[in-house]
Design a binder for this molecule. Structure first.
Ligand code: HEM
Length: 166
């Protein structure tokens, strides 16, 4: 045992074990849209990390696009903490690079490798009223959908991405 806390090793905190399918670093591409904006594409890297002494998963995400020169141009970033509970519910806090903060609550399914979240609280937002996030892992591919409702629209898709484990 190396104490690294990776995947479903005995050193994973028992509370985090059911979420071990997320642990690690994922990289891939996504596409964004909304009725009020021009569709766009992006690259993304997400890391779910964990220390075996804590019942929490640390989350960090960054996105970028490539300039014509090939240089990476940062887009949105966010980070937070995921706290799974023994009853299959989960609470997540996320701070976004735009200044918006989220408290998300939802459920996870360790067998189906799904996490479904819906915002309970959104702070410091000008337009956003509600955010839902749904993650699924199939064969080492992490896909997610982010939907949002704004002052002008009902809940609908803003982001979709597909990431591979590094
Ligand atoms: C636009 C929220 C994640 C890129 C917007 C708008 C909102 C928003 C409220 C403006 C919509 C409107 O004007 O009606 C959010 C929230 C996010 C999120 C709540 C996370 C939960 C991201 C990510 C990216 C991104 C990860 C990039 C990879 C953009 C772009 C626009 C946009 C490019 C269009 C900007 C423009 O046309 O001026 N987003 N966003 N967003 N978002 Fe996001």
């Amino acid at each position: 045992m190396d104490g690294g806390g990776e995947a479903a090793t005995p050193t994973t905190h028992p509370a985090v074990q059911p979420l071990s399918f997320l642990l690690g670093t994922w990289k891939g591409q996504g596409e964004g849209g909304f009725p009020t904006i021009t569709p766009f594409q992006y690259f993304e890297e997400v890391t779910f990390s964990h220390h075996p002494s804590k019942p929490v998963v640390a989350y960090s995400q960054k996105t970028w696009k490539l300039k014509d020169s090939g240089e990476a141009q940062p887009m949105h970033g966010e980070s937070g903490y995921w706290r799974p509970k023994p009853d299959g519910t989960i609470e997540v806090v996320i701070a976004q690079s735009t200044g918006l903060v989220e408290v998300q609550k939802g459920t996870f399914d360790a067998k189906e490798k799904i996490v479904a979240l819906r915002s309970e609280l959104i702070g410091n937002a000008t337009k956003v009223k509600e955010i839902s996030r749904r993650f699924k892992v199939v064969n080492d591919e992490l896909t997610y959908v982010v939907e949002m409702a704004t002052t002008a629209t009902s809940l609908q898709s803003h982001l979709k991405a597909s990431l591979k484990k590094l």
